[in-house]
Design a protein around this ligand. Structure first.
Ligand SMILES: [Zn+2]
Ligand SMILES: [Zn+2]
Length: 247
């Protein structure tokens, strides 16, 4: 069986097999079926959901009563996407959750993260999206990991909102070093010419929603946006599950 077919097959099978809302996805305690996002009450209450006090460009949380309405990073750097949203603050609990999804291969977590993301999109009134696009992984990395977590999120969001999840048209054509260990300048250089849009025609005049698990500096999203903008879309919105504070 080809890798892609196998991977799609596994996704469908896991969707079918995994019992939802039985255990808390953070602490793994048993929960009532009615608990939101498959979280127990105590773990739910610990999550710092990002509300209206957020940067109007990148969606990072801001201190209450903070003025201006952009975060320090967005006051200095111009991001080229239209607007980004994030759902929760990337604290230790959320870091572990994302880690378990990406490296522990607990794929079912993506389903519940996507539920949180869908509610955020609804709250922000994002209703007309033509393409939901995950930040792509390089082919080799995706093969190594077995899946792209951003695609799982995009897939579930697309399903819930009846939007088209598009994993094939934006591709990562070069392997890169991990952004974490690089300086600010190196990070930008590291992402130069690594993404590419296969067919530009289909994005023309369309509204795009980019999806990622964590928004950090926005460098990756900017690098993707740069390529997508060559195809003249109408807007590029961004949704990530978590983001750090930027003060
Ligand atoms: Zn819990
Ligand atoms: Zn910002």
């Amino acid at each position: 069986m080809k890798y892609k077919t196998a991977s799609l097959y596994i996704d469908t099978l896991l969707d079918f097999l995994y019992p939802r809302n039985i255990y808390c996805i953070v602490c793994k305690k048993g929960i009532k079926k009615t608990q939101k996002y498959s979280l127990c009450k105590s773990c739910y209450e610990k999550i710092k959901f990002i509300d209206l006090c957020a940067c109007e460009k990148c969606g990072k949380p801001l201190e209450k009563l903070y003025l201006p309405t952009k975060c320090p990073d967005c006051l200095k750097t111009e991001h080229i996407f239209t607007k980004a949203f994030s759902c929760v603050v990337y604290d230790d609990n959320m870091k572990q959750l994302v880690h378990r999804l990406k490296y522990g291969k607990e794929r079912y977590i993506a389903y519940h993260m996507a539920e949180i993301m869908v509610d955020k999109l609804k709250k922000e009134g994002l209703s007309e999206i033509d393409f939901v696009i995950p930040v792509p992984l390089h082919k080799r990395k995706e093969r190594e990991r077995g899946f792209n977590q951003a695609y799982l999120l995009a897939k579930y969001i697309g399903k819930a909102m009846d939007w088209n999840a598009d994993r094939k048209n934006l591709v990562k054509i070069k392997e890169t070093l991990s952004q974490n260990q690089l300086s600010k300048d190196e990070r930008k250089k590291n992402l130069k010419n690594v993404f590419s849009v296969v067919s530009k025609d289909i994005y023309k005049g369309k509204t795009i929603l980019m999806v990622d698990d964590v928004y950090t500096t926005g460098n990756t999203i900017d690098a993707c946006s740069k390529e997508i903008l060559k195809a003249s879309p109408k807007n590029i919105f961004v949704i990530s599950f978590a983001t750090g504070k930027n003060t």
